[in-house]
Design a protein around this ligand. Structure first.
Ligand code: ADP
Length: 495
């Protein structure tokens, strides 16, 4: 594109001659002229000229005043001022005012053209510099907005850049890290740097992103780090994999627990079935009943485990249907208690306490049953020395409260919120010998939440636990009078 130049002069002879001189000696230049400073200003307003050439002495607004305006409106446009011979003071004022060069009259054409050429180059350079600055600022902003931690370590080992994500992930602020040796600023860096993969170029991903543990203020973070050489420095990118690793650990733990949990009842069922099949020994009526009882009981246990896994999966994937209706809370609890009594050890007494005229509760029948089954199951499971398990139902005005209390081992205060976490099982030493997937209370919490209720827990280690579930009472008119089937067993029903 041609460079546009504006020449401002009240001397019409010069105004005719200068453009011609420029056109003859410079290629790709377009010269526009005007004969007063106010007109020049009007043009500058709407045109971004490469260079402006102005006479210093003009009637009305002179070249110096025009220069001041140009500096305000187009600070990066170089301006050449034409001065008369011997106007030294004006020349000094022009340079002070930021003129790019002075052209003395009578004009030496070669000097004029050379000065103009320099000014055009300067403008071009200036433009490129600002484009690069803008690009750099954009890049810097991009780094500010990426989710991965990015930092630059120079060959002296000093951190030169630390983006906001790096600060957010590690908790180490920019001020605390930039300008300091990486080894002292980033805990664990000394151990990471010899093993982290540094590629020669960004495309080389061979063995990239290894995960390393980093201890930061008592927290252990798993960071996956990779590096790329960048001039005389290395740019590192990292990502926080702590949550993913925790999930992996959970999965591993779950698979170990679930397979153990599945194997135990399977072995019992297999053993009982094999004994029943043997022809070489006589199995009397009593043993037969006992072995069939084992098969029924252990199948029930197996089905519960599988059901828990299924329900947890349905909850996580949002596929679980909730169908709330007005239910008789006492009837539902009675079914659960009756079924639990059948399988509970003799040392445990399961009781139901409820006033006669309980309001209906708004809940999904199967899900409420599942919650109560899980809680009563746990109450029995975690009462190794026997005792009383009480299911209590209370009318709490807008809600119906179910509480399941036991006199078992209890739960230490610092574990009381965690027991509702998925796969969470208390210290295995405490629950040794008691099977479980760690899903029961998670399922209870999620089901109760989805039925617009809340679940809480009061417990003292060694004295027992009470799990409390509050669910909305049904509006009186909605109280369903649908008959409830009485189930003979707590065998889980399909969802
Ligand atoms: P699990 O399958 O292990 O029983 P849950 O999610 O039902 O899983 O319970 C999580 C943990 O909470 C259990 O491992 C147990 O340590 C503790 N817990 C649950 N209910 C009771 C209870 N009634 N008394 C004592 N501890 C309990």
């Amino acid at each position: 594109m041609a460079a546009r130049i504006l020449v401002v002069d009240d001397d019409s002879a010069l105004l005719d001659a200068l453009p011609e001189t420029v056109r003859l000696r410079l290629e790709d230049v377009e010269v526009e002229t005007c004969d007063s400073a106010p007109e020049a200003l009007a043009r500058i307003e709407s045109n971004d000229y490469e260079v402006i050439v102005s006479d210093i002495k003009m009637p009305g607004m002179d070249g110096l005043a025009l220069l001041a305006e140009i500096k305000q409106r187009r600070p990066s446009t170089p301006t050449l001022l034409i001065t008369g011979h011997g106007e030294r003071d004006l020349a000094v004022a022009a340079l002070r005012g930021g003129a790019h060069d002075l052209i003395q009259k009578p004009i030496d054409r070669d000097y004029f053209v050379a000065s103009l050429e320099r000014a055009i180059q300067l403008r071009e350079l200036d433009r490129r510099v600002s484009e690069q600055r803008e690009a750099l600022e954009r890049h810097a902003q991009v780094l500010d907005h990426v989710g991965d931690g990015v930092f630059l370590v120079d060959d002296g080992g000093v951190v030169q850049l630390w983006n906001p994500a790096a600060a957010a992930i590690t908790g180490l602020s920019q001020q605390a890290v930039v300008g300091r040796p990486a080894e002292s600023a980033i805990p664990g860096w000394g151990a990471i740097v010899p093993v982290v993969h540094v590629a020669a170029s960004p495309g080389d991903r061979d063995g990239a992103f290894e995960a390393f543990p980093v201890e930061l203020e008592g927290r252990e973070l798993w960071l996956s780090v990779s590096g790329v050489r960048f001039g005389d420095a290395t740019v590192y990118a990292f990502r926080d994999l702590t949550a993913e690793r925790a999930i992996d650990d959970l999965k591993r733990e779950f698979l170990a627990t679930a397979s153990h949990e599945l194997r135990t009842p399977l072995a019992a069922i297999y053993g009982a079935a094999m004994t029943l099949r043997r022809r070489d020994i006589e199995v009397n009526e009593e043993d037969r009943d006992r072995l069939l009882g084992v098969i029924a009981h252990e199948s029930d246990r197996l089905a519960r485990i599988v059901n828990e896994i299924l329900v947890a999966d349905y909850l996580d994937s949002g596929r679980l249907r909730i169908d709330p209706t007005g239910l008789d809370p006492v009837k539902t609890a009675t079914e659960v208690v009756n079924a639990a009594r059948v399988v509970a050890p003799e040392s445990i007494a399961i009781e139901l306490e409820a006033a006669a005229d309980m309001p209906a509760v708004t809940a999904d029948r199967e899900h409420l049953r599942q919650v109560l089954v899980n809680l009563v199951d746990n109450a029995v499971k975690y009462s190794p020395d026997g005792g009383r398990v009480t299911v209590r139902i209370e009318d709490r005005g807008p809600s119906v409260r179910f509480s399941v209390s036991d006199e078992g081992i209890g739960i230490p205060p610092n574990q009381q919120t965690r027991v509702f976490d998925k796969f969470y099982r208390l210290d295995p030493d405490l629950t040794r010998g008691v099977g479980g997937t760690g899903l029961g209370l998670y399922i209870c919490r999620e089901l109760v939440r989805r039925m617009s209720g809340r679940i809480s827990l009061v417990s003292s280690p060694g004295e027992g636990s009470t799990f409390v579930v509050d669910l909305p009472a049904a509006p009186r008119s909605d109280a369903s009078s649908r008959p409830h089937e009485i189930r003979a067993s707590a065998f889980p029903q399909p969802l």
